[in-house]
Structure formats: C-alpha cells, structure tokens
Design a protein around this ligand. Structure first.
Ligand SMILES: *Cc1c(COP(=O)(O)O)cnc(C)c1O
Length: 360
C-alpha cells in the first residue's frame, strides 16, 4: 500500500525522508554495531546523539544559553503538574487563560497545588476564538502566567504573546513548536509533547529559563523536579532514547531539507492559506474559526450536517486523506497540517473537497 496523506492531530505525520533515514540506521547505527534502541544511554555514542539533538534545537529555535533544554517523558500532560510543583513557589498564585481542553486540564491540575486565577476564557463559544485579555485583571504577584499557544482541538492560536510584565510566561506549544519563529526570551518556560511537530510520542521537551529552576516544593517527586533533570543532563534515569534520536532526525530535516525555521513558517502559512481560502469560498464546508485567531496547524471545518460530515470523512479516507474526523467536542472535520505535511498534501485535499462539493 502507498503512504497516505495523514492529517492526524497527533501522533502525526513524519517526513518520509526522516523515516527512511531511521530505517537505514535502524539495525546498525554508524559504527556502533547496534541499533540506537539497544544502546546504553551512558555510552559516548548516545551522548553525542542527545548533545546534537540539543544543539540543533538551540540553533533552530535560537535558544539562549540562560535557558535549559530538558528531554523528559510523561507527555505534555505531566507538565500540567510539573510546572506548578516547580514554579508556583512564591505567592502560590498563577494566572491562566482558558482556550480549550488542554488549558482546562492544566488549570485543573494546577489547582491541586496553587491558587488559579482565570484571566480569560472562550468557553462560551466552544473555544472558537482567543479571548481579549485585560492586563488590569492580571495578578502582578502571580508566580507565572499560563496559556496554550495553539489549541489543537479548536484550531485557534494566540497571534500575540500576552503581556504579563515581569511575571514569567509559561506556554504549551505542543502543537505549534518548530512551526514558526519564536522569541524564546519572552518566555519563562515553553513545553511540548514531541508527537506533533518533533517526532514520535514518548518525548516531552521543556525549555526553561535557568533562574526558574531549583525552587521546587519539598513534596515534589524527584522525577518531577526540573533541577534533577537539568543537573543530570536529562539522564537522571533512562531518557526516551529512540524518541530523542528521531527528534534529531526531524531537526536535521527541518534545518537542511526545509532550510530552517523561517522557511518552515513560510511553507506553513502557504498551506494554511490554501485551506482557509477554499473554506471561505466553499458553499458546503465551513471553517469554525475566523480572523487572526486561526491556527496554522489545526484547521477544523464542518458542513453543518452530521451525516454529510461522516460521509465526507469516509470518502476522503478511501481516497487516501486520512484522520480528518474532528474532535468529538467540535464535531465535523479537522485537518492537522503540521510541519511534515507537504504543500502537495493540502493542495490535493482541497482538490478532493472541491470535486466532492461539485458532485453533491
Ligand atoms: C497533544 C497535546 C497535549 C497532550 O499531550 P500528551 O503528550 O498526550 O500529554 C497537550 N497540549 C496540547 C496543546 C496538545 O496538542
């Protein structure tokens, strides 16, 4: 069977050249005489893999030296607890913007450890927009200000970084990291599960300003303490060795084949424009998000008729456009067009949708 165009929200498409490289090196990595999967994480050859991964990530995202890069496990969801356990150590109060299910989960988890002040929410309209924020409602004594940069389920994104003043910004970039240029210095902490734009599931990347490390609460489990992971070069215990190696291949692809983060951003904007231009003109398919809040990565759309939605998803799948079913809380469809989705995949999907619309 041929490879399909995979619009999955995560785990998601990985560039075929990356998979081929992994395949070529799978059984015997370089001169190692074994697979990366079989290596001791304490071996010099593995140390060079993790070092190169970190160096590439620092280069691609322009991460300054006063930030630590941690390669962890437990998914983005573990960060919902790990962040308050490490950072909510002053006033014990934090600010948060509720823009979807992931931010809500972060709120619920943080509430176990600190006082959570909601400074904006778009729950009233199924999280289909980014709420306007009023700086006057922000707590100047908050230990951090939390938001989710790109809302995977609802297809919204913050087009502007909230201005939290001196309060460190903490953001979930699971579904948009590496998709566009970012100014890391604006953030106290950035985290992302790898399975959308960085490689396979099993790896969670945390980029954290070093001065925020080292103040974890006494009750913090050792494995949830950033300081432990920083001091041990992400090797306090066995890291997700193969997932980190895959992340290295993805970063090499992004740097060498794509041409870096600016080139990636341009391609992503082009892909999103193709989708939105069509959705805005279609008489059958309608976008669920409008204006500057539209995500470049996850594009939900509906027909307004559940039966038709179902029939479309089925027909698209049979034609090789898979995983287009929307999240159950939004319904309809969702095309996740992460970094590794080629322009061609989006063009062909739109062509398929146009033909489907005409044939109705
Ligand atoms: C996928 C996703 C998560 C959950 O990630 P896990 O690694 O499954 O815990 C959290 N936040 C966002 C924005 C996501 O897209």
């Amino acid at each position: 069977m041929e490879r399909v165009f995979n619009f999955s929200a995560g785990p998601s498409v990985i560039a075929e050249s990356v998979l081929r490289k992994a395949q070529a090196e799978l059984v015997n990595y370089g001169d190692a005489g074994m697979s990366v999967m079989e290596m001791s994480h304490r071996s010099p050859v593995y140390q060079s893999i993790i070092d190169e991964t970190e160096a590439l990530l620092r280069e691609v995202l322009t991460i300054p030296d006063d930030y630590a890069v941690l390669f962890l496990q437990g998914g983005a969801s573990s960060q919902f607890a790990m962040i308050p356990l490490n950072l909510a150590n002053g006033s014990g109060q934090i600010d948060i913007v509720l823009t979807g299910q992931w931010a809500t989960k972060a709120q619920q988890e943080a509430s176990k450890y600190c006082e959570v002040n909601v400074v904006g929410s778009s729950k009233d309209k199924t999280f289909s927009y980014i709420p306007k924020l009023d700086k006057k409602t922000f707590n100047p004594n908050a230990d951090y200000f939390y938001y989710c940069s790109n809302n995977t389920i609802y297809g919204t994104r913050f087009s502007e970084i909230p201005d939290s003043g001196n309060v460190p910004l903490v953001t979930d970039m699971s579904s948009c990291i590496l998709s566009e240029k970012i100014d890391v210095t604006k953030y106290g902490l950035i985290f992302a599960g790898a399975q959308k734009n960085m490689g396979p599931a099993g790896l969670t990347v945390v980029i954290v300003r070093k001065d925020l490390i080292g103040k974890a609460r006494d009750i913090t489990p050792t494995m949830f303490n950033y300081e432990i992971h920083e001091k041990n070069g992400s090797m306090y215990n066995t890291p997700p060795t193969f997932a980190i190696y895959m992340c290295k291949l993805v970063l090499e692809w992004l740097k060498n084949d794509i041409g870096g983060i600016e080139a990636m951003e341009e391609i992503n904007h082009k892909k999103a424009k193709i989708m939105y231009d069509y959705l805005d003109s279609s008489k059958v398919f309608k976008p669920t998000v409008y204006g500057a809040d539209r995500s470049y990565m996850n594009i939900p759309f509906i027909t307004g008729n559940e039966e038709l939605d179902k029939a479309f998803v089925k027909a698209a799948s049979a034609a090789g456009f898979v995983n287009l079913k929307g999240h159950r809380s939004v319904g309809g469809m969702r095309a996740s067009i992460y970094n590794a989705m080629p322009v061609e995949g989006v063009e062909k999907l739109v062509e398929f949708m146009k033909n489907y619309e005409v044939a109705l």
